[in-house]
Write a protein of this length. Structure first.
Length: 265
């Protein structure tokens, strides 16, 4: 959670806490007059009491926000496990997705990405290092162009490159070459890789290309993906590109290899 989001959440939490407390006391007045002396309190006093309490104990707001984050994270994790289990075939074994590394590997890593995503670009060396360093890892790549038409065009060129056997090479160069990823850049890279660009442009129109993008988008929505990249190591979820991404990769790969998945994967 960033600072702006945290402050907003704390403010909302404070307001909600005040309103709930006030409403509770008012309800007690009305339903259990013997418990609270109605004549000694009015709504203004209740609000003043709540405000005074929160002012004197501001740490409660931090505790509330922390607890809210924990509960939301737990709920999201449980929902993601359910989605992974129910959509295992599409996530891990879809014929519409491209695979790098060992196609028969014992642990599957899934990546959702956009070629114009800076965090995806930053994560690429760790992804490549994982695949090259562990010959039993199977990498499934889900094109998720969330940054507009240029990203979508680049994704379509990359998917079409798979028909000429150069998908992963294209994938890496779209990240490592400078400049925004778009159709022009993708076709230039394709030419440098020795691909038939005329055939490539024709293959971009293949219905399977759009189906691949649609499938990835649908899965991302079900997972509650809020940005790219997102990684699944078996059924373990790693969002973003943290500084210790490679360590998280190897740790989770080892766990899945040893213990298997909690959900179907």
């Amino acid at each position: 959670m960033n600072l702006k989001t945290g402050l907003a959440t704390a403010l909302v939490a404070a307001v909600v806490a005040a309103l709930v407390t006030a409403a509770t006391i008012v309800l007690v007045w009305r339903l259990a007059p013997g418990v609270v002396n109605v004549s000694s309190l009015d709504e203004k006093k209740v609000v003043d009491i709540v405000r005074d309490y929160l002012t004197k104990n501001p740490e409660i707001l931090v505790e509330m926000t922390t607890e809210l984050d924990k509960r939301q994270a737990a709920e999201q994790a449980a929902q993601q496990q359910k989605v992974i289990s129910e959509n295992a075939e599409a996530l891990f074994r879809s014929p519409l997705a491209n695979v790098a590394g060992n196609p028969n590997g014992d642990v599957t890593v899934v990546e959702f990405f956009d070629y114009n995503c800076g965090f995806c670009r930053r994560a690429l060396p760790d992804v490549v290092k994982l695949v090259e360093g562990d010959d039993k890892v199977r990498l499934v790549l889900k094109e998720l162009p969330i940054f507009g038409e240029d990203s979508e065009a680049a994704a379509k060129v990359a998917l079409a490159a798979a028909k000429q056997g150069k998908y992963f090479e294209m994938h890496q160069k779209l990240f490592t070459e400078p400049g925004k990823a778009d159709k022009e850049k993708a076709l230039r890279i394709a030419g440098e890789l020795g691909l038939d660009t005329a055939k490539l442009e024709e293959d971009m129109k293949d219905p399977s290309i759009q189906k691949s993008l649609d499938e990835a988008k649908d899965l991302a929505q079900k997972l509650g993906l809020q940005g790219t990249p997102l990684y699944l190591i078996g059924d373990r979820v790693v969002p973003g590109a943290p500084d210790d991404l490679y360590e998280q990769f190897t740790k989770n790969v080892a766990e899945v290899r040893e213990k298997g998945c909690k959900a179907t994967c």
